[in-house]
Design a protein around this ligand. Sequence first.
Ligand SMILES: NC(=O)c1ccc[n+]([C@@H]2O[C@H](COP(=O)([O-])OP(=O)(O)OC[C@H]3O[C@@H](n4cnc5c(N)ncnc54)[C@H](OP(=O)(O)O)[C@@H]3O)[C@@H](O)[C@H]2O)c1
Length: 315
Amino acid sequence: MELSTFDSLRYQSPFVLLAISLGATSALRFFLLVLKCLYVLFLRPSKNLAKYGRWAVITGPTDGIGKEMAMEFARKGLNLVLVGRNPEKLNKVSAELREVNSAVKLKTVVMDLSDEIQLRVLIDAVKDVDMGILVNNAGLANEDPVHFHQLGEDTTMKIVNVNLVAPTMITAALLPEMLRKGRGAIINVGSGSTDLPSFPFYSVYAGTKGYIKQFSKNLHIEYKQRGIHVQCQTPNLVATKMASMFSCSFFVATPSQYASSALQWIGYGWHCKPYWAHSLADYLVGTFLTENVINWATYRIINNIKKSGPEDQKM
Ligand SMILES: NC(=O)c1ccc[n+]([C@@H]2O[C@H](COP(=O)([O-])OP(=O)(O)OC[C@H]3O[C@@H](n4cnc5c(N)ncnc54)[C@H](OP(=O)(O)O)[C@@H]3O)[C@@H](O)[C@H]2O)c1
């Protein structure tokens, strides 16, 4: 007579039963994790962004991720304050935004974020508008991988100013108005480099992004009860001018692919990696590789890119 599954389990040793229960629990947890990921990445509805306010302020909207995020905001009917350093590029992107949505209202603010920034100009630009969202997107990295001692004072200061000082001071300038209204969202564009244990040859860039991540988390905790949602988004590779040595592939998003997922995450959690293939890459790396192996591989990969770069940076 054949034994039922239940009967056959009854005759197993406690050790085998323990192993079976652990296996079943792990399989169930993995299944639930997959279901949760599928829901979060593909099915969860995006927030109604207009509830934060009818206007969004975005830095670095003239290229790459920022430009595509501005396009997505315009498609959703949000008016925009565009903060960039190049008036011609600001005019060009404004024309493209009007083609996307002719009803959208636009203001431009010319500001070089690597310099001492004129916050008063920005505060004046948003004074009469219902500003709801701030996206601190503008960013700067060394063009090629270099050792810290090769980076130079000027580039170091520029990276620190654009990636760290500017978002901090712009947030400080615009937050009081959000607090007064009791609503708002602040999106700080960080970097996937801070989700890895190390990112050599881009130490200042990754260091500033590490600050942005921690800064965002603290502000999130500090202000969520007051209606302000602060979030740090940490993309991996996106095929933009900044990541010019990479072209689009399974793990390298196009700016528009990235931007549409970036908007879907606004309002959900203090930290996210919006593009699904980036999350998958991080899951695989974090699950199957140890920290030492990741450090070794990251060093090797970036050092190889460095060796194929300009002659004076090969050492
Ligand atoms: N691409 C990636 O793989 C990647 C990965 C992780 C994180 N990120 C982050 O994503 C954000 C956007 O980067 P991206 O890839 O879109 O780079 P991008 O194509 O180089 O665009 C950068 C934007 O920032 C602006 N900007 C740079 N320096 C500025 C300054 N001194 N003053 C004012 N604006 C300035 C640029 O203006 P111009 O048009 O005038 O140059 C441009 O609009 C950055 O914070 C970056 O760190 C990118």
